[in-house]
Design a protein around this ligand. Sequence first.
Ligand SMILES: [Zn+2]
Length: 383
Amino acid sequence: MRSIRHGDTGPAVEEIRSILVDLELLETAGTEFDDATQTAVRAFQQGRGLGVDGIVGTETWAALDGARWKLGARTLFHSVPTFLVGEDVRTLQERLLEMGFDTGRADGLYGPRTARAVAQFQREVGLTPDGSCGPNTMKALRRLGRKVVGGRPNWLREAEAFRQSGSSLVGKTIVIDPGHGGPDDLGVVVPDGQLRWTEADLVFDIATRLEGRLAAAGMRVHLTRGPHPTQQMTGQERAALANSLGADLLISLHLDGQETPSADGVATYHYGTGNGVTSTVGERLANLVQREVVVRTGMQDCRIHAKTWELLRLTRMPAVRVDLGYLSSPVDRERLIDPLIREQIVEAILAAVQRMYFPVEADVPTGSIDVRQLRLALASRNA
Ligand SMILES: [Zn+2]
């Protein structure tokens, strides 16, 4: 089509202006491409990452045309080779992202990643996972709309619920999830003479030590698996277990491993898409766990990261996964096979959980917290 620009008049301009009015970028409809229309086109182009020239060429026209679609007005699917484009696709992507499905960037293009996210959503609500968004999928989205009012409000609710649950560990339910397990899933395995070290066994050992300490602090503690499960468990099954227990927190324990022995360090993961959708309580727990473990063990700080893994996405409570060093690194391995260091890791996680409930950052420095100090700090504050 011919480019439409400043000074043009006619039905095409009228159409462009009416779309811009619908998008609330322009105040009044009309048939003239005037200064206000040009400004609105530029604003539209800027918002869509298009070249900002104030002229409606082919690309801008396609984007404007797509902007007309309201979610639910047409069936959306992954068409090849030209993806469906539109405001409805963008709205759908944003809704899915907010609910924790990874569509990638909300770019308004119905690509394979969006189709995959739709299929995942369909599977979870019991629909045929065909990856296209028609009336039934829309109905499910609308039904959930009232319960899951967007990601941010959702996480705000999570934070509020956490705050209201009070500042005591007593009676809280925590699920400790030792990663892997089962005959076919030992996680990272490193041979050592006639023996071998496995991630599954080491994290199970840490989990049982932690279980004892948390229980002593008054928490109800559940492990997701025993020492030698007959079957391996998926992230989805682990999340479902924690949900069914109505857990207040979940901490998943893993070790990392790599070909290169030089990779080492601790990293903690919380739910988040990297698009600003994040579990704020989960992020806080991740920060605390990461800090305490690094300070107490001296392992390298590989920081915290947002992930959309099943275990983090499907759990309804703040959940984190901590990778407690690289079993493949001689430096980390030496620490991890030392029961005293594993005890320090347990201390660190315990302190992080305590800090979640007692905001004592200012009173007790990281790495030094113990129950006695905590009581003193609280007593002096309440005095
Ligand atoms: Zn693992």
